[in-house]
Design a protein around this ligand. Structure first.
Ligand SMILES: *[C@@H]1O[C@H](CO)[C@@H](O)[C@H](O)[C@H]1NC(C)=O
Ligand SMILES: *[C@@H]1O[C@H](CO)[C@@H](O)[C@H](O)[C@H]1NC(C)=O
Length: 314
């Protein structure tokens, strides 16, 4: 069963034509409060344009392609955001003090597509336990499933979604990434995903306005960000997407934003199937996996998912 991205990252617009806020979602899922406390919305002149994730109280990670040409004073980072139309209980709006793109970012093929945003003020609240810094690590290939989340469009050229949504995809470990070959895809610094082989009811792919979103794996049941959404061509489930491979940039993160604190909170997994209990054992892994038991658990409501039964017709 293949599902089209048209349904995944947005409020569904019925084919009859009239836009509706009917949340009849096919594939993907609507995020529940607290499910992805680390994701942030980046806004320019109060409009969402990309996502990012919380590195520390004062730093947010996104892509260089999201922020090239932008002026810090026009940008704001929204934490604790779930729904654009209503003020979420712990939503915070943070001015951006400084934009720091990775210095060797190459716009031609989006090589090293990574940036840090320094906030003017500390984030103060994301979960009841405080700011949720999601730790990053090398990809765990023993279970290639990963989650992508964001407020992205439901079709090429579409508008952003009102509600935070998520979808399940799978990490490919090959030299080519769909149509991306040669210098457009470099396995050493990029991650490729494709949901075509994913049997999950929430299979999906990112679309416009999902750039900068974290690609998350559950490693030892702990959400761990492994990539940042960089580029794709088309948004259908069988299209491949490219992410910046975060583990490569450890020293740059350290130099620019300091050592990342290890958070002591956890979030429940969005679906049992994606929990990965296999430890990361790769030698290349630059950042060690957090293995200490979590001190506190943030309870989240079960995700609202309506599994699609329709066959993909696109
Ligand atoms: C802001 O957060 C940093 C850690 O990222 C901390 O060292 C600093 O004390 C915090 N500042 C305030 C005013 O809370
Ligand atoms: C862990 O969480 C508790 C709240 O449950 C908080 O008081 C404490 O500062 C946290 N520790 C760290 C290292 O973040």
């Amino acid at each position: 069963m293949k599902l089209t991205i048209a349904y995944l990252f947005s409020i569904l617009y019925l084919s009859a034509g009239a836009p509706t806020h009917d949340e009849r979602i096919i594939g993907g899922g609507i995020a529940s409060p607290g499910q992805f406390p680390y994701i942030v919305s980046l806004t320019e002149n109060n409009r969402h344009f990309c996502s990012g994730f919380i590195y520390s109280e004062k730093w947010v990670v996104t892509t260089a392609s999201c922020i090239v040409g932008k002026i810090a004073s026009n940008l704001k980072v929204i934490t604790g955001q779930l729904d654009f139309t209503t003020p979420d209980p712990h939503e915070e709006i943070h001015p951006v003090y400084r934009i720091v793109p990775f210095s060797e970012y190459d716009a031609t093929n989006q090589l090293h597509d990574l940036a840090l945003l320094q906030l003017t003020n500390n984030i103060s609240y994301v979960t009841p336990d405080g700011v949720y810094f999601i730790n990053y690590n090398e990809v765990d290939l023993t279970n290639p499933e990963a989650i992508i989340m964001g407020w992205g469009a439901y079709q090429e050229g579409g508008f952003e979604s009102i509600r935070l949504r998520y979808a399940t995809t799978a990490i490919q470990n090959e030299m080519d990434c769909g149509d991306y070959t040669g210098s457009d895809f470099q396995l050493a610094t990029m991650i490729c995903t494709n949901a075509a082989t994913t049997t999950s009811a929430t299979a999906g792919a990112p679309c416009q306005y999902d750039q900068g979103s974290p690609l998350v794996q559950y490693i030892n049941s702990k959400p761990t960000v492994v990539g940042v959404m960089s580029k794709n061509r088309g948004c259908s489930v069988d299209q491949s997407s490219v992410y910046t491979r975060l583990s490569v940039y450890y020293s740059w993160f350290l130099k620019t934003a300091g050592q990342q604190e290890l958070d002591n909170t956890t979030v429940t997994t969005p679906e049992p199937g994606i929990t990965n209990t296999n430890p990361v054992t790769t030698e290349e892994s630059v950042v060690t996996t957090v293995t200490e038991p979590a001190v506190t658990t943030v309870e989240t409501e079960p995700a609202v998912t309506t599994a699609g039964t329709e066959e993909d017709s696109i």
